[in-house]
Design a protein around this ligand. Sequence first.
Ligand SMILES: Cc1ncc(COP(=O)(O)O)c(C=O)c1O
Length: 562
Amino acid sequence: MNEQAILQLREQTVQIVSALKAFVNEKCKNEDKFSLVLKTAGSTFLACYVYDIVYNHDKHFTDRVKTQFFQKLRVLPVIGPKIKAEVEKAKSSVRNNKDLYNPSYLLELPAKSKTVDEMKLIVQDYLEMDTIDWRNGRVQGAVYDHDADLIEISAKAYEMFMWSNPLHADVFKGVRKMEAEVLAMCLKLYNGPKDSCGLFTCGGTESIGLAVLSARNIALAKGIKWPELIMPATAHPAFDKACDYFRVKKIKVPVHLTTYEADVRKMKSAISSSTCLLVGSAPTYPHGVYDDFAKINELAKNYNIPFHVDCCLGGFINPFAAAAGYRIPTFDFRLSHVTSISCDTHKYGYCPKGSSVVMFRTPEIRRAAIYSCTDWPGGVYATPTYAGSRSGASSATTWACMLKIGHAGYIERTKSVLDAARALREGISRIEGLKIMGKSIGTVVAFTSNKVNIFQLMHDLASKKKWIFGPLQFPSGIHITVTRTHTKSGVVNTILKDIEELNAALLAAGSEYVSDAVAVYGLAQTIPDRSIVGSIAATFIETCLDTNVQQIAEEAEDTKRG
Ligand SMILES: Cc1ncc(COP(=O)(O)O)c(C=O)c1O
């Protein structure tokens, strides 16, 4: 801009301000000066108050409005008691689910010690309570392998290190070295740059939580008062949980309607000066879709925002997919603005549960997740993760399984799982009315139907053929996370044959057919007040944790009384 243009602009500004001043003075000429000051102060206060309500909060404004609305609805005279009665009915049906409790609970310590042999028998009894044959692929996801060599090596490593405690790194030097080596091996697989580093955690949820904690702390240090996290709607609830725990405002962005990939344009529109983290999944849990990391990386670069790639599920598939003959998008530190990655060793790493890794591009990013308390009379106390004391057995079994399988072993395993997933995906897409959901290329196969009730099919698969699939909502569907247990000879073909047979029976029964047991499936997604769904889910957790002895006694009493 040249000097003349600047002069012209200044003159125009002076003219506008003078005109505004004259206008306001004219309008206020009869105003009392005191009341004018009072009105100005009042309206400024009101504007700040409204701004505070809308923006300065860790929950999104629309979420808060919805919550308030439903809370008010629940206290209305006629509707309120009706809703309450329905919720209580649903909760009591959860509590009375006989699958969830066994009336012969132990309620106190045995009076005397038991022998080792007695204990072995009791433990065996509890093991035999599992009636679903997960070892032979009857459950989707959940258990990723059941390999005799891995069981032997993990059991040995567990036995040797079960009393170790990595909190005392000076005492347990072997386990400390194992943990550092697990991190180094993962960083190598994820093309970690020279300074990259990590933390060993107890699972994907903790890895994600620590990545969010680090991003939040970095944002707070920059002066951002209400850090915001932008996640596609399909990202794992571990992010929702971290936002809740650490007071981060989550902004959920809808995904593409047909591919179920993150909608990067919508993510871009959600960015604000408070954004502390962008999230992508490699792949997503519901549909096994890989988000467009290159595009999210561009956003992270252009707006200088940290970027987390959730490789919890694909942790030990992604680095080996290319060698196994499968193409997936670049997902790791080769993308210039990826700042953290979660990677579960206890899924396709085939290590026993309770083991995961979160990696950071730089030590500064990791430092923001490490906790230290310096003024405690017990001494200076610092921990890398949520836990204080923890068993080193988890690090030892993870290390042992990774070494046992090795690079070539992981490629071979990745190929067998991806081949099985592809065979399932292709087979299901050939079955009448069934449709694969989203652009899934990994180990998860999600599908729906435009001809039969998909939850009826899921129910029939479980009740008639003993295959446990997982339900999906928004929109309805079912999925299977293919694991090593599904790569056993004949498993995929039997699943396909059973789906085809049950689907044909449902087609014959007509598209409207829904049995009583299935009428409740998918109901949760039709309830607009999500807090009701949440409280029923909490009832389920409570029912699992409690012995319900009191309730059983009351029910027995009621039955006696007739
Ligand atoms: C994509 C993804 N992220 C995170 C998690 C959470 O992992 P965890 O159950 O180990 O806490 C899962 C679990 O299935 C997942 O699939």
